[in-house]
Ligand binder design. Sequence first.
Ligand code: AMP
Ligand code: MG
Length: 323
Amino acid sequence: MICLGIESTAHTIGLALLTEKKQILSEVKDMYTTTKGGIIPLEAAKHHENIKDKLIKEVIEKSREKRIDLIAYSAGPGLAPCLRVGLKIAKELAEDLKVPLVDVNHIMAHLNSGFLFTEAKNPVFLFTSGANTQIVSLEGKRYRVFGDTIDIGMGNALDKFGREIGLGFPSGPKIEELAKAGKYIELPYTVKGMDLSFSGILTSAINKFKKGVSKEDLCFSIQETFFSMLTEVAERALAHTGKNEALLIGGVAANKRLCEMLGKMCKSRKSKFYAVPLKYSGDNAVMIAYQGILEYKNGRSISIDKADIRPYERIDQIEVFWK
Ligand code: AMP
Ligand code: MG
């Protein structure tokens, strides 16, 4: 079986063809970026709309097998205008090709991509993307969210800070670079139980920038603070669940310093640390195709007329019926 995965929840539009045996036949993607300011949903959707036909053509051309047996798309969570572009592609193709359709949850796909790309078996998931910062563990048939951000996602916090200091979107990689030349200055540290809060730290860092503290020092300190907070909560989640694997997913997983800190913590607990490879840690369509295959093979699909978007769906609302 060959599944076409479609991803369009936010800044990235991507298409990928994946076989049931986890072979990636082809993948294409394009990202909405800005040099100034953050993501504007309608602008991002326009970007996706303008490039989608070219991407559809390319993903098929690049694959040695020209067949598509199943279509999976990201139904949510995400930005509604962007999600609608993916939905439209999925419905049109399913109709044209007369193949089944599966609507998958984007975060579920991120989590399960750990089983596609790493050797992790039963990890505590650390999901740190633009909009999310969740500490998640499978308990019975549900993914349980043990810890969450109480305001904004870690990636968005980094991006907002980057915007304030003139870095453009996405800022995470640029902050990582600048941090290499920085030293520590004190910022608030906000862990509440298992939850994290980033906005107060963000405000404090922005104020310090306005008072003349260097970009480098602030980038270094914001990273050390955010990443220590996540490491602290991750360690507690390992202790609480009794698990001995941690798996880092989401765009912020690209950060080497974060991986280093989590790796050290895991080592000290004799646990294993995994991170989804850089290329697939952020939004991608391969993970959507993989999730689609898992669900379809276990009996789930959706008719074209019922296919829709679910911008606010949470993972703990979904039964993990494919395990
Ligand atoms: P996602 O929403 O999973 O696609 O992840 C996107 C987020 O990851 C954005 O907020 C980026 O700023 C962030 N990001 C990407 N690369 C890095 C990096 N090297 N360090 C920190 N954050 C990053
Ligand atoms: Mg994502």
